[in-house]
Design a protein. Structure first.
Lengths: 390, 175
């Protein structure tokens, strides 16, 4: 990489990770000039125990918290407006999002609504100018994450809001909350994080800082996701996967130019399916296309995937092909471990034909729509990924 | 319609009591060790005459204060309000304090994990950590003290036994 090239990179996210990390929340909030946080979550997704663990971490702090556990599976503008009113009337001064995916999107939109005094959430659009700091936003991810929690993006039901001020100021990753309820959940999270990290690593917007995050994220996923998938109760492995998800969100920035992210996002919006499941299905196809077309710097993936020895022993001309082979083997191994629990095609994922029509309609409207359409056709009901192992 | 549940942060009375009693006894033991142990006496001799140090838990304690008054090291109680402190060593929360003071994590490891905040001159803070390490070696059996200190020292049998008797006696009597 040419260090003279012109680039910008911002990552305003402070990370607190490890045993008893949640207990640091009171002092971290006070350093952000906050003392009365509103916790927002979806009890159906995170469970009552996670909420109790989070509120229990404030023990002996003397703080008063608001807890709203009724967020919907999608960002609900009417609910956000109701929460905005309560937030202002009850004088809350910060937001803690417990969970991942749409929970954090809702928290980011709520933060925007209260900080910018936007009464009509529906009026927010991709053109909305966000030019000043918002109120403190803390993200406490659980095993069900997408990686985008730490990004500078918020997805308001298909409208992508983008600003460095949307990124959380703090992410707290505690092993008590990162253990997955099953292998499929943590696998989907890991694949989503891997997809974002790959997009950031080989995409057009790569730069040395972005690469530092993506290399670490890819390395963490490669080392820990197979362990976490086989034993979702493994504290160390699941903590590493969620750390990788947080890093991939910091590395990722350009939503439009990233096909893996785009496909995951559209399927999530239209059919409420975890983006990691879709990204896992598409990954071998998209990387195969890159390899055949000689596009993107695939050879640079070999080092974070295999380490020093294999990277140096592989001739430069073969590194791209070797990296794709490693990734194909890696994903096939995950699917083998999960068996029928993890869908490998859209048919197995239960995406009905009428939904497919809606999805293809949305994809066709994209600037890269023709290509994305062909990828979706290939994952509808073709050779399952696990059969390509070896 | 009220959609947000208001929750007041709970209390952790057992851990708070444990940490409070530990700090109270350690404070008195440091006062005793400054009389009994030569190495502790030398550490305090290198500190300013009006030196004051506090160790405790954020945000509301408990705290322990140690200070030098007319050349003597004294335990100054548990209320740091209004006192000028040269060094303040604060554990970020009661869970952290319990981890450290129940020897599940050594002070060095806890520092590496960013669980402590140090305010004041670093050499003075390090002197106080060395003092606390020595006091822990006196107060605790070897099997536990090894978890609390970075390196367990090799002292003579006499220093360990007579020092332990002296420190326990003085700490209990408050002299």
């Amino acid at each position: 990489m040419n260090p003279d090239s012109i680039f910008t990179f911002t990552c305003p996210v402070k990370t607190n990770s490890g045993n008893k990390a949640l207990e640091n929340l009171p002092i971290e909030l006070s350093s952000l000039n906050a003392g009365k946080p509103l916790i927002v979550t979806n009890i159906g997704k995170v469970g009552r125990t996670a909420i109790r663990t989070l509120t229990g971490a404030f023990g002996d702090s003397g703080m008063t918290l608001g807890v709203f556990d009724g967020l919907a599976d999608k960002v609900d503008p009417a609910l956000i407006e109701q929460l905005r009113t309560t937030f202002i009337e009850e004088k809350y001064d910060s937001i803690i999002a417990l969970g991942g995916g749409t929970i954090v999107d809702s928290a980011k939109v709520l933060n925007l609504a209260v900080s910018m005094k936007t009464a009509d959430v529906q009026s927010l659009s991709a053109q909305t100018s966000i030019r000043k700091s918002l109120l403190p936003l803390v993200v406490v991810p659980t095993a069900d994450a997408t990686g985008l929690e730490t990004s500078q993006l918020a997805d308001l039901n298909g409208t992508i809001l983008s600003s460095e001020y949307l990124a959380p100021g703090l992410v707290v990753i505690d092993p008590r909350l990162t253990r997955g309820k099953d292998g499929k959940t943590i696998c989907a999270t890991g694949l989503a994080a891997l997809g974002l990290a790959l997009d950031a690593h080989i995409g057009a917007e790569k730069n040395p800082f972005r690469k530092a995050y993506s290399v670490a994220a890819i390395h963490f996923i490669k080392e820990n996701l197979p362990v976490a998938v086989r034993n979702p109760d493994d504290k160390k492995a699941t903590l590493a996967v969620i750390n990788a998800a947080a890093m991939s969100g910091c590395a990722f920035s350009i939503a439009d130019a990233a096909p893996l992210h785009k496909l995951g996002q559209v399927f999530q919006e239209v059919h409420n399916i975890h983006p990691g499941i879709i990204m896992g299905m598409c990954l071998p196809h998209i990387l195969g296309d890159y390899l055949n077309q000689g596009r993107n710097d695939l050879s640079s993936l070999l080092h974070p995937l295999t380490g020093d020895d294999e990277f140096t022993q592989t001739p430069e001309a073969q590194r791209a092909r070797a990296a794709v082979a490693v990734l194909n083997y890696f994903t096939a191994d995950l699917y083998s471990a999960l068996g029928k629990d993890m869908p490998q095609t859209l048919k197995e994922a239960g995406v009905p034909p009428y939904v497919m029509e809606d999805i293809l309609e949305v994809l066709d409207a994209d600037q890269n729509g023709v290509y994305l359409h062909t990828v979706v056709e290939r994952i509808q009901d073709k050779t399952p990924v696990a059969e390509r192992k070896g | 319609m009220r959609i947000v549940e208001v929750v007041r942060a709970g209390k952790k009375p057992f851990k708070r009591a444990y940490v409070g009693i530990f700090l109270w006894f350690t404070g008195r033991a440091i006062q005793a060790a400054a009389t009994v142990d030569e190495q502790v006496r030398q550490e305090f001799a290198s500190l300013p005459d009006d030196f004051t140090f506090s160790l405790g838990v954020l945000p509301d304690g408990p705290w322990m204060l140690i200070g030098k008054e007319k050349g003597r090291v004294k335990y100054l109680g548990g209320n740091p309000d209004g006192k000028h402190l040269h060094v303040r060593l604060a554990m970020k929360n009661i869970e952290t304090a319990f981890l450290i003071l129940s020897f599940q994590e050594s002070t060095a490891l806890a520092t590496a994990r960013n669980r402590l905040i140090t305010e004041g001159e670093v050499p003075q803070a390090l002197a106080m950590i060395r003092v606390m390490d020595i006091v822990e070696v006196y107060l605790l059996p070897k099997i536990i003290a090894r978890l609390a200190v970075k390196r367990y020292p090799s002292w003579t049998f006499g220093r360990k036994v007579f020092g332990r008797i002296g420190i326990y006696t003085r700490a209990l009597l408050g002299i």
